[in-house]
Design a protein around this ligand. Sequence first.
Ligand code: MG
Length: 165
Amino acid sequence: MTSSSVPDFRVGQGYDVHRFAEGRRLVLGGVEIPHERGLDGHSDADVLLHAVMDALLGAAGMEDIGHLFPNTEERWRGADSRALLREVHRRLGDARWRVVNIDVALIAEEPRIAPHIPAMKGNIAADLLTDADRIGIKATTNETMGFVGRREGIAALAVALLVRG
Ligand code: MG
């Protein structure tokens, strides 16, 4: 069996973490969540969307967001991660990749995430021109252990499945 006869599904994973910081907005999945602290970062620090983008790019065998949108470049300061996600989607489309599904685990001791999940799914689905039922998002705490448990930051894990054509 040659490689070309194998169905062209590709899976990718993404991981990201950002520190909490005073005086910053908290933006997760493109949703601004009222909270006393936000996440620090060069862009809007949307840790959830960053993990999603790296999962998509990894599945397509493309360079990660650190290469595409370097935090050393002034043009990405304060960037809206949803705009970056749409740029990732454009690049996937150019290479004929379509999203089959995405699943995200957000690991945060605070704030409560569940009420915002439908809006997050809607944002991601809109930016990827797909249906919200192809986007899975769940949140868990770290049971007070480690840096997430000490409320120092938020981590996100994502997997994405793509199909060519
Ligand atoms: Mg990041």
